[in-house]
Design a protein around this ligand. Structure first.
Ligand SMILES: Cc1cc2nc3c(=O)[nH]c(=O)nc-3n(C[C@H](O)[C@H](O)[C@H](O)COP(=O)(O)OP(=O)(O)OC[C@H]3O[C@@H](n4cnc5c(N)ncnc54)[C@H](O)[C@@H]3O)c2cc1C
Length: 361
């Protein structure tokens, strides 16, 4: 019997297991105004994608002489492991994402770093989930919903998504379809703008405690995952806290907009000038004297050593490097796992030396 050469059983393939990969774009799909899904396959056809739903990758976009690194959640599901997708929203003055809209097309190959991240139901299992998102913050929720829908369609999921207008709801039709075939999938949309003649059966306005209670009366019993712009997440947090929600054990959030690290200073807490330490970049064979208050990433750049970095605020994990010796003060924002720290990894963008250090870069 003749078999299509594209077809392979999963046991004839190997999982994605390096940290850097070449991806080939196979499709782009418009989702909403200024929102596009790009789907990729691995450069080698014998590779399948192994990641957790909710994790992200960083794409190296060849925008100029130096690539621009941008981090995006994988919006597809690991339950369908032959391709991966990212769903990206281009803001008005976007550089990286806009480049993808204008240049990334099927057949083109780009480098990706990852997968990384801890924002996944797999890490925080529960009987009932509440996914709350706004704008492009829907992407990790969609990955988790797709995955749960494939693995266990009986999972109890309440999903609240907020958008500017009905037309801006990303994945609207797929979510409505899931609400029909997943018996315990409860979907609620909230939009802030409606045209006068537009038909709309969802809620109108902005998210608040009353709307969460109305859409999901048993929200206190659920594991909550939240993603969206910071003011939106702040309102969700306040709503939950005012209902005595167990934030410590039942609330998880992902931020897309990095909080910039505190300004660097040249003096320590004691008011004393900081001691000068050396940083050795082992692979580059370069050693520099660290400027007080500067991060390992800043010192690498000043020494001409390239460490890939994207968010530069300890979220995305792209600048992870192994610290072979020495101590650092690392003020990260969740971009590195405890296991990785135990194995000696640090994030160069938010680590400042506390002694002489040697890193693998
Ligand atoms: C863990 C993680 C996951 C992410 N997942 C996604 C995803 O699934 N889909 C997606 O579209 N984006 C996602 N992002 C955000 C993405 O990495 C970029 O920050 C964002 O797309 C802006 O990049 P740009 O090249 O379009 O704009 P830039 O050229 O970097 O910036 C243009 C303007 O947009 C502003 N800006 C930068 N970031 C944001 C932002 N997140 N929201 C609003 N304005 C911003 C800047 O201040 C600037 O004024 C994620 C970020 C992180 C850290």
């Amino acid at each position: 019997m003749v078999r299509n050469p594209l077809f392979k059983h999963i046991d004839e393939m190997v999982p994605w297991n390096a940290r850097e990969h070449m991806l080939e774009c196979v499709a782009w799909t418009p989702e909403a105004p200024d929102v596009m899904t790009f789907t990729f396959r691995a450069e080698h056809e014998h590779i399948w994608f192994r990641y957790l739903p909710g994790q992200y990758i960083t794409l190296e976009l060849p925008v100029g002489p130096e690539p621009l690194l941008r981090t995006y959640t994988i919006s597809s599901s690991p339950s369908r492991p032959f391709t991966i997708a990212v769903t990206v929203k281009a803001q008005k003055d976007s550089i990286g994402t806009r480049w993808m809209f204008e240049n990334l097309h099927p057949g083109m190959k780009i480098r990706a770093i990852g997968p990384l991240g801890d924002f996944s139901y797999v890490k925080h299992p529960a009987d009932k989930y509440l996914f709350i998102s706004a704008g492009s913050g829907i992407t990790p929720m969609m990955a988790m919903t797709r995955d749960l829908g494939d693995r266990d369609p009986d999972t109890d999921i309440a999903f609240i998504h907020c958008a500017r207008s009905p037309n801006d709801i990303i994945f609207r039709w797929e979510l409505e379809y899931k609400a029909r075939y997943m018996p315990f999938f409860n979907l609620g949309f909230i939009v802030s703008e409606l045209e006068r003649t537009q038909l709309w059966s969802g809620l109108k306005g902005f998210i608040d405690r009353a709307k969460i209670g109305l859409l999901v009366p048993d929200f206190l019993e659920r594991q909550v995952f939240c993603c969206g712009p910071e003011p939106f997440m702040a309102t969700v947090r306040e709503s939950l806290i005012s209902s005595s929600f167990d934030m410590e054990n039942q609330y998880f959030e992902e931020t897309f907009t990095p909080e910039l690290p505190p300004p660097t200073v040249g003096v320590g807490d004691s008011g004393e000038a900081e001691k000068l330490f050396t940083i050795a970049f082992a692979e580059a064979g370069v050693r520099v004297e660290a400027e007080p208050g500067f991060t390992i990433l800043q010192m690498a750049r000043s020494a001409g050593v390239r460490i890939p970095a994207a968010c530069e605020s300890g979220i995305c994990g792209t600048c992870r490097v192994k610290c072979r010796s020495g101590k650092v003060d690392m003020q990260h924002n969740g971009g590195i796992l405890d296991d990785e720290m135990d194995d000696g990894y640090i994030l160069a963008c938010c680590s400042r030396p506390l002694s002489d250090v040697e890193v693998e870069a």
